[in-house]
Design a binder for this molecule. Structure first.
Ligand code: 6PG
Length: 239
């Protein structure tokens, strides 16, 4: 269950607070092990955060960017999380190309792509199969239906715990996604949630008991900070 809920006045306040948390996590990671491995969320909420990160004086050669999930489309597709992140952030900073780790979406079979990214993480973290690496920071959002990353309600991905990356499914669209078990290893997890449309899901996710197959974000636990605006927080703190 979440161990830190912060209710902010609006989306701008969420982004400002998220920036502080990202920079703090970056500084801790560099101090402790000389590099910062972040997995970013897709969707629209975090976009302004990526825009402000583009202006931060970080030591970009020590920053490694991964995606917690990806729509199974080419990077040129407007739906691509990688495409959006590169456009508003990564194309604007001197980060070495090899420090950008996109999920592959060019395999005919998405399941092969998932295995490929799984192996890529094992190589990057220098781990054996079966070991789950610790990202320094994972950014997440939730959908109105309570999904997070591409862990959608009632899908097989929710029950996968023997690998790092699996196949998600949004309606008929294949996705690649971190498994909940990989997410939960992270040093720090930050959710950015904005808008009244998410209040019901927030209420169900934060409830003492509930069905995580209906609200998959309930699967996420560990060092978790939820950044909610007042509208989304109505699900937990009715005004
Ligand atoms: C994606 C995301 C997804 C997103 C939520 C919220 O690929 O869409 O990773 O999990 O975080 O759907 O999206 P919004 O921020 O657009 O509401």
């Amino acid at each position: 269950m979440p161990n830190q809920i912060e209710i902010l006045t609006d989306r701008a306040a969420i982004i400002a607070r998220a920036l502080t948390l990202v920079v703090d996590a970056y500084e801790d990671a560099i101090a402790h092990h000389g590099q910062f491995a972040i997995a970013v969320a897709g969707g629209s909420t975090p976009r302004p955060l990526y825009e402000v990160l583009a202006g931060q004086p970080l030591d970009w050669k020590k920053v490694h960017v991964f995606w917690g999930d990806e729509r199974y489309v080419p990077v040129s597709d407007p739906q691509s999380n990688e495409g959006m992140t590169r456009k508003v952030w990564l194309n604007l900073v001197p980060i070495p190309p090899e420090n950008i780790h996109p999920m592959p979406t060019d395999e005919l079979d998405p399941a092969v792509a998932a295995q490929k990214y799984d192996r890529h993480l094992q190589e990057f973290f220098g781990i054996e199969p079966g070991v789950f690496p610790k990202f320094d920071l994972i950014l997440l959002g939730i959908g109105d239906d309570g999904h997070t990353a591409s862990l959608f309600p009632g899908t097989a991905a929710l029950n996968v715990s023997d690998r790092l990356i699996t196949l998600g499914q949004k309606d008929s669209q294949p996705r690649l996604t971190f498994t909940a078990r990989l997410i939960n290893q992270a040093e720090k997890i930050v959710f950015l949630v904005e808008g009244a449309a998410k209040a019901n899901a927030i209420g169900a996710i934060m409830a003492e008991s509930g069905d995580s197959s209906k609200y998959p974000a309930r699967l996420i636990r560990g060092n978790v900070t939820w950044l909610l605006d007042r509208a989304a927080a109505r699900g937990v703190a009715p005004e």
